[in-house]
Design a protein around this ligand. Structure first.
Ligand code: HEM
Length: 126
């Protein structure tokens, strides 16, 4: 039927599964980001980000059922995130989003959010 929200308009779970899967394939190769991830297996981190984005854009609330309130700034405090880490994160995410070939204006809307969110998680300036 007619899409009811952004999540449905961009294709639902499969779209987020591809974007976040592609993102973590880049993280695995990234010499700035990879050392930040505490676990050897990136699979659980991939699932958390996928479920968060699905919930944020209007899909099922599985993220909060499992993890509670997102409180993203607090959850990133253990990781030293400065401009270099933000840029690395956005570089990996840019590849993932561009490969998805979303229609406009959804592509721009998603990207604007991700840039804003990444900037808001900077917690280190040295
Ligand atoms: C978790 C790094 C930006 C959403 C994490 C983790 C790291 C990390 C190392 C722990 C992995 C895990 O065990 O889940 C970074 C860096 C960023 C960044 C370096 C650069 C700015 C973002 C942005 C978002 C986001 C922009 C959302 C749009 C999440 C979520 C989790 C997470 C949902 C899992 C939280 C939980 O439930 O524990 N991030 N992140 N991150 N990140 Fe980020």
């Amino acid at each position: 039927g007619t899409p009811q929200n952004f999540y449905e308009a961009v294709g639902g779970e499969e779209t987020f599964r591809r974007i976040v899967g592609r993102f973590y394939a880049e993280v695995a190769k990234d010499e700035v980001l990879r050392p930040l991830y505490p676990e050897e297996d990136l699979g659980p981190a991939e699932e958390r980000l996928r479920l968060f984005l699905i919930q944020y854009w209007g899909g099922p609330h599985t993220y909060s059922d499992q993890r509670g309130h997102p409180r993203l700034r607090m959850r990133h405090v253990p990781f030293s995130i400065g401009p270099i880490e933000r840029d690395a994160w956005l570089r990996c995410m840019r590849i993932a989003v561009d490969e998805e070939r979303l229609a406009e204006p959804e592509r721009q809307q998603l990207w604007a959010y991700l840039e804003m969110a990444a900037n808001s998680l900077i917690n280190t300036w040295v």
